[in-house]
Design a protein. Structure first.
Length: 354
């Protein structure tokens, strides 16, 4: 069967591997033919033409998969879904954007039109599934993101050292400034504490603000900006720290957080979006309010002061990550796609049930 997958295929340009590339690679390894089409910031000028050409040429497609994000990517998803339905092709939407709930609150009719016109709707987020079902009245299949667990070496943290790790794109939406402020507070007790930022600069001025704030707080020499971390290097990068900080304001899954858990890091995360669905406070992570750097610093200090807590969080984080190994996720994907490809496409067909 042949699929067209429209998503953020950017590894050739940025080095990082987004989830769409991991999923498409896993599908190809199981015999599916996947045509990739990259959505981008120049979507209106280039992306629509790519999709149109892909839909016109070659063998008949069995289904079109589209990643749905909450900002500019939402417009691209609308265009692709419209074009695919005109061609009579089944459309599978993967809801990825952590702020899709806010978009549904702002413009419910557009979100409803997009979702109700899909053949199947998938999300790796129980939070998005529940919130959007209550707002838009659609059935959403929960299919979590997968991990190649064998690539992540587990090391117990007992005791945890004050080596903090942050891995996400440097963008205001992920609030890396919260981690910087938390570090400053942790250093009042542990002056040797360090923080390493990993992730590409998204160009919204966040990197400049972080550097300025680090200097103001006297953190020079204790903060490092590693830049983009290639997917193959992520396990080693994470393993260089003991405590992982997730400061995001909106969360739909958080692959990097789960990767940190797979390596045995102690996870401290905001309670945004999906986080409380995936992580149990004081069991496999410590959860703090969004934007509260003081609470994040206090959580880090609890881990540093209590080796038994560090060990418990480390072991349980690994156990949590083991639930998402690809071998458990892919059979669910293949079953769903087989049903989609065999069934008729209809402009307003009810989505498939989980």
């Amino acid at each position: 069967m042949e699929l067209l997958y429209v998503g953020a295929f950017v590894s050739a340009r940025r080095g990082a591997m987004p989830y769409c590339e991991a999923l498409s690679t896993e599908l190809e390894g199981r015999g599916w033919r996947v045509r990739r089409c990259a959505s981008s910031s120049t979507w209106m000028a280039r992306g629509f033409k790519q999709v149109s050409a892909a839909l016109r040429g070659g063998r008949r497609l069995d289904a079109v998969i589209v990643d749905v994000f909450s900002t500019r990517g939402f417009v691209g998803a609308e265009l692709v879904a419209r074009l695919a339905r005109i061609r009579g092709l089944p459309v599978v939407l993967i809801l990825q954007g952590g702020d899709l709930v806010k978009r549904a609150d702002r413009n419910r009719r557009r979100v409803k039109w997009l979702l109700q016109g899909a053949t199947a709707i998938v999300t790796p987020s129980m939070y998005l599934r529940e919130e959007l079902r209550s707002r838009v009245d659609v059935d959403v299949v929960y299919l979590p993101n997968g991990l190649p667990l064998q690539q992540y070496t587990f090391v117990e943290r007992r005791p945890a050292e004050p080596h903090l790790i942050w891995l996400r794109a440097l963008h205001r939406g992920y609030d890396p400034l919260m981690a910087l402020k938390a570090l400053a507070l942790v250093r009042l007790r542990f002056p040797e504490a360090t923080l390493v930022f990993g992730g590409p600069d998204k160009g919204d001025g966040t990197r400049v603000r972080l550097e300025r704030e680090a200097k103001r707080l006297g953190l020079n020499g204790h903060v490092e900006f590693r830049g983009n971390v290639a997917k193959a290097e992520v396990p080693a990068f994470l393993s260089s720290g003991d405590i992982f900080l997730n400061t995001t304001r909106a969360e739909s899954f958080g692959v990097s957080v789960m990767e940190a858990g797979a390596c045995g890091l102690c996870v401290v995360s905001t309670d945004a979006g999906e986080a409380p669905y995936l992580w149990k406070d004081r069991h496999d992570a410590l959860l703090v309010p969004v934007g509260d750097s003081g609470a994040m610093a206090s959580a880090v200090l609890r881990i540093l002061d209590d080796p038994d807590l560090a060990l418990s969080l480390s072991r349980n984080a690994r156990a949590n990550a083991e639930r998402f190994e690809w071998s458990a996720i892919m059979p669910q994907w293949e079953d769903l796609l087989s049903k989609v490809a065999r069934g008729p496409a209809s402009r307003f067909r009810r989505p498939l049930h989980a």
